[in-house]
Ligand binder design. Structure first.
Ligand code: NAP
Length: 256
C-alpha cells in the first residue's frame, strides 16, 4: 500500500467504497476487503450499512490503529445539533470509539456553512471524529467551509476519473493541503471499453481498471475509493503499486 502523507496523517491511497452494499452482502464484502489488505473504508449515513461495516471491522481482528474509517452526515440535516446527533450515531453504529474522518456529504445552502462546521468542529472537540471534511464541494464552497472550520478541512471527496477531470479543484487542493478523495474512480464500472484505456492497459499488462486507479493515485494529494463487492475485483484494485504510467500516458489520459 502507498499513502498520501498529510501532516501527521497517512491515508492509504486506495480505499474501499461501500455505496449500494447492504446487509449481509456489505458485511461479507467488507470482511473480504479487510482480509485482502484494505484499510481505508468509506461509508455514509445515507448508505445505511454502518452497522454491517462496523461488525466486519470488529470481526476482522484488524488493529484499530491500522484503519482509516470515513463516514458522512446526510445533506438534509446540516444544522449544528443535527450534525452532532449524526456524528454520534455514526460512531455508535460503526462500533468505534472514534471515527477517523467525518464529512458533510453534499453542500446544502438551506443551512449556513458556519452552523454546519460549528457542529463538525464540536464533533472533533468531543472526540467523536478525529478529522472533518466535505464532499461534492466546489472550490468556493470549500473555501467557505475552510473559513468556518477551526479544525480545518482534511478532504473534499468528489467524482474524479479518467474522462471526468477536476481542473479547478485539484490544483486548489494540491496548493492548500487538502486531500482530494476520488469517488466513482472506475466511472461506476464503465471505463474498461475505451480504446485509449485498452492500449495503455495492454502496454503494462494490467487491466483498464488498474490503469484508471493508477492514473489517480500517481497524482499528488489524491486517494481513490473504488467500490468492489466481488473479491476478485477487490484484489485487482489493490494491484496498482508495481507499475508506473509515463508522463505521456498521464497527460494523455487526463486530456479529453
Ligand atoms: P466505482 O467505484 O467507480 O465503480 C463501482 C463498480 O465497478 C461496481 O459495479 C464494481 O463491481 C465495479 N468494479 C470494481 N472493481 C472492478 C474491476 N476491477 N473490474 C471491473 N469492474 C469493477 O463507483 P462508485 O461506487 O460510484 O464509487 C466508489 C465509492 O465512492 C462508493 O462506493 C462510495 O463509497 C463513494 N461515493 C461517494 C459519493 C459522494 O457523494 N460522496 C458518491 C458516489 C460514490 P462489484 O461491486 O460487482 O465488484
Amino acid at each position: 500500500m502507498e499513502y498520501v502523507e498529510l501532516g501527521a496523517e497517512r491515508v492509504p491511497k486506495i480505499g474501499i467504497g461501500t455505496w449500494a452494499m447492504r446487509g449481509e452482502q456489505a458485511y461479507r464484502a467488507m470482511l473480504s476487503a479487510l482480509e485482502l489488505g484494505y484499510r481505508h473504508i468509506d461509508t455514509a449515513q445515507m448508505y445505511r450499512n454502518e452497522p454491517e461495516i462496523g461488525r466486519a471491522l470488529a470481526d476482522s481482528g484488524v488493529p484499530r490503529s491500522e484503519l482509516f474509517v470515513v463516514s458522512k452526515v446526510r445533506s438534509s440535516t446540516l444544522g449544528r445539533q443535527q450534525v452532532l446527533d449524526a456524528g454520534r450515531s455514526s460512531r455508535e453504529l460503526l462500533g468505534l470509539d472514534q471515527i477517523d474522518l467525518y464529512l458533510v456529504h453534499w453542500p446544502n445552502s438551506s443551512f449556513p456553512i458556519e452552523d454546519t462546521m460549528h457542529g463538525m468542529n464540536e464533533l472533533v472537540q468531543q472526540g467523536v471524529t478525529r478529522l472533518v471534511g466535505v464532499s461534492n464541494f466546489s472550490v468556493s464552497e470549500l473555501q467557505a467551509a475552510q473559513r468556518a472550520s477551526e479544525a480545518g478541512i482534511f478532504t473534499n471527496q468528489v467524482p474524479y476519473y479518467v474522462g471526468h477531470g477536476q481542473p479547478d479543484l485539484l490544483p486548489y487542493c494540491q496548493q492548500n493541503g487538502v486531500l482530494l478523495t476520488a469517488y466513482s474512480p472506475l466511472a461506476r464500472g464503465q471505463l474498461a471499453g475505451g480504446r485509449r484505456m485498452r492500449r495503455v492497459a495492454a502496454a503494462h499488462g494490467v487491466s483498464a481498471s488498474q490503469v484508471a486507479l493508477r492514473w489517480l493515485i500517481q497524482q499528488p494529494m489524491v486517494a481513490a475509493i473504488p467500490k468492489a463487492s466481488d473479491p476478485a475485483h477487490q484484489h485487482e484494485n489493490l494491484q496498482v503499486f508495481d507499475f508506473e504510467l509515463s508522463e505521456h500516458e498521464m497527460m494523455d489520459l487526463g486530456s479529453r
